[in-house]
Design a protein around this ligand. Structure first.
Ligand SMILES: [Fe+2]
Ligand SMILES: [Fe+2]
Length: 266
């Protein structure tokens, strides 16, 4: 039996040092075989420092993707490269956005990518929501709303292209796969405050490109199973878009990181 702990939106930079240590100690106390983190760990300038603390405190294999907050005060391209280089020297840390297929057990595969809210669901042109992303992430600053939409779509498409490549690859040798991503890929998975987000928030809380890719891949493989683990909205919920596809959106509260779920696999 393998025990896998899943964490999302832990935002460790909101905590005092001893609170970070306390939380990571509680994760380590579960003695998990692996830990999955679906993004929003810290910010651009502190992400590697917190990854190191996670690695040292938990001492087991860590698979993660990054969330929008992990790029705050930096650039997506620079942070991704820096994090990939950082992980290359730490054998327990795995940045799935830059990986192909990992294994949770010999028969259960793991794939992941940050994903990105691509503005395609809900009403992007009419949305009055201004995400901090637009002020704090280099690729998104200094643009008109329309121009920014193209960048958001491009980021969503990049994530979808990753899954179109690695997910079929994973199913070549696995009956069951877990997919880790920061942004919910469907409206039905976009829980916030106990209900589905409205047209104003959906553009900033969902990645339609990834959702379409996953649906296409799973509809063609009714004998395979996929579990999607995501976060970003901080609202908890579960949905099953297909018989062979379960999506879990993890709840989170700033300043109170929690263990989202402990998954057990034979
Ligand atoms: Fe978050
Ligand atoms: Fe987020």
């Amino acid at each position: 039996m393998k025990r896998i702990a899943w964490l999302t939106d832990i935002h460790l930079d909101f905590l005092l040092t001893q609170q970070v240590t306390g939380f990571l100690t509680s994760v380590a106390a579960l003695r998990p075989d692996a830990v999955l983190i679906s993004g929003d760990i810290a910010e651009a300038h502190s992400i590697c420092e917190y990854l190191q603390r996670i690695d040292e405190a938990i001492g087991t294999t860590i698979y993660f993707v990054l969330g929008n907050h992990d790029y705050y005060y930096g650039s997506i391209a620079e942070v991704r490269q820096r994090v990939a280089r950082f992980c290359a020297e730490r054998p327990r840390l795995h940045f799935l956005t830059y990986a192909d297929v990992a294994r949770l057990t010999p028969g259960i595969g793991l794939v992941g990518h940050d994903g990105w809210a691509d503005g395609r669901l809900g009403d992007y042109p009419g949305s009055l929501v201004v995400m901090n992303d637009f002020k704090l992430i280099a690729e998104l600053t200094g643009r008109t709303k329309k121009d920014r939409w193209e960048v958001l779509k491009g980021l969503g498409d990049e994530a979808a292209a990753h899954f179109r490549r690695v997910l079929p690859l994973a199913f070549e040798s696995c009956q069951e796969v877990v997919l880790l991503t920061h942004v919910p890929p469907w409206r039905e998975a976009c829980w916030y405050d106990g209900r589905i987000s409205d047209e104003q928030w959906l553009p900033h809380f969902t990645c339609q490109a990834v959702g379409e890719a996953i649906l296409e891949i799973m509809a063609a493989r009714p004998d395979k199973r996929l579990t999607v683990l995501c976060g970003h909205t901080h609202g908890q919920g579960e949905t099953q878009p297909l018989d062979n596809l379960l999506v879990v959106t993890g709840g989170a509260e700033y300043g109170h990181p929690a263990i989202g779920r402990v998954l057990e696999f034979d």
